[in-house]
Design a protein around this ligand. Sequence first.
Ligand code: ADP
Ligand code: MG
Length: 449
Amino acid sequence: MLTRTPQETWSLFLEFIEEKCSATEFQNWFASIRLIDVGSDDLCLEVPNIFVQEYILDNYKKDLAAFLPTKPSGELAVTFIIAEAKKKQTPLPATEPVSPAPIENQPGQPELKLNPFYTFNNFIEGPANQFVKSAAFGVASRPGKSYNPLFIHGGVGLGKTHLLHGIGHYTREHHKKLRIQCITTEGFINDLVENLRSKSMDRMKRFYRSLDILLVDDIQFLQNRLNFEEEFCNTFESLINQNKQIVITSDKPPGQLKLSERMIARMEWGLVANIGVPDLETRVAILQYKAELKGFRIPQKVAFFIAEHIFNNVRQLEGAINRLSAYCRMMNLDATEEVVEKTLSELFQYTPQKKISVDNIIKSVATIYDVRVSDLKSTSRSKDVAFPRQVAMYLAKELLNDSLMKLSTAFGGKTHSTLLHAWKKIAGQVETDETLRRQIDMARRNLES
Ligand code: ADP
Ligand code: MG
């Protein structure tokens, strides 16, 4: 029988559940769970707090039981550890490759828990994240003096937490005297619950209000938690009023969060920056970088192949590299496109191709040349209309597989030789005419968007 390691089992489950639930549900309940390597075949999961453990057991028990080991009684054979309660030095996952940034907490400073790999240096920039990266760097260089608060929002797995921790690392290194706290919204809520229980709210207030930099991850967790929201808002205002730096991340822009108007307005005070999906070249650069860190080589062509198929989540790109490198090492194979197809195809995302039709082409060309669709289909020989019509014919022959006969009918019954003539003429002209080439590119992009 093929037995899986706890890591493989957990990865399989995560892949399954990520598909099954919404991105927000995944982010809220599963993204923060960590598999703890206890060096045996047992499955041990670290959850950020008891709420997460109870929630997933209440709501996802069947799914969990389908993947994770169970006892003969049917109960899950899984140990849960609450993050706060576990020993401080959890060993780093064995897969992490390079030596991380040193973690040194200054004496007398609050303990700062940062992922050692989430530094600015390890962050690959591209057009979709350059703005937010430079905003993060600006804030880290001059805390409290540039944008306050900085609000970073964007989809799952695009590097929000990475940048937040990047600010933490940088400020710890460059502003040694400043008191920094980096916390998830869950962590803040837990703290609050704990302090309410032990009647030490004053101490908590004093602690948070004495900070110079407060980094808060995943503020969307504050939604529907009215009591906690108010305390967070008070902390927020107290810090901002003293020009202390606040950085917040979220999966949505402030206005789309179900929070009080007061809270939303506060978060919009400073700079709201969106982190987008990296473009193809950046995805390739990220893949190459992550592969290099693992001492694994992938040819450029193969990196493009992967990046073309995994396009909206950097975490999945990382997962792809991990899986591919493990497979290649195990089987002693080079990373070729065939091997990629074999090992990664279930991670691949396919966009439904928009169906291109002659009518769409005519519409798109009509917009570019500011003429009427009916004119392009008419027999008018006026130059204003005849030229765009030829462009549309050219595009139709280029983009569609239909016979000339069929295409010409769609243009109001022109002969197929008219269409062929138009195609030849435009195909020749586009070689040398830069303006025409741009117009055609634009029409093409309209069709594909
Ligand atoms: P989010 O918080 O937006 O869900 P994370 O910050 O956790 O996403 O990023 C997911 C993973 O992808 C992390 O391992 C992170 O290091 C990596 N990552 C995201 N963006 C980049 C980037 N631009 N360069 C390098 N690694 C990145
Ligand atoms: Mg995150």
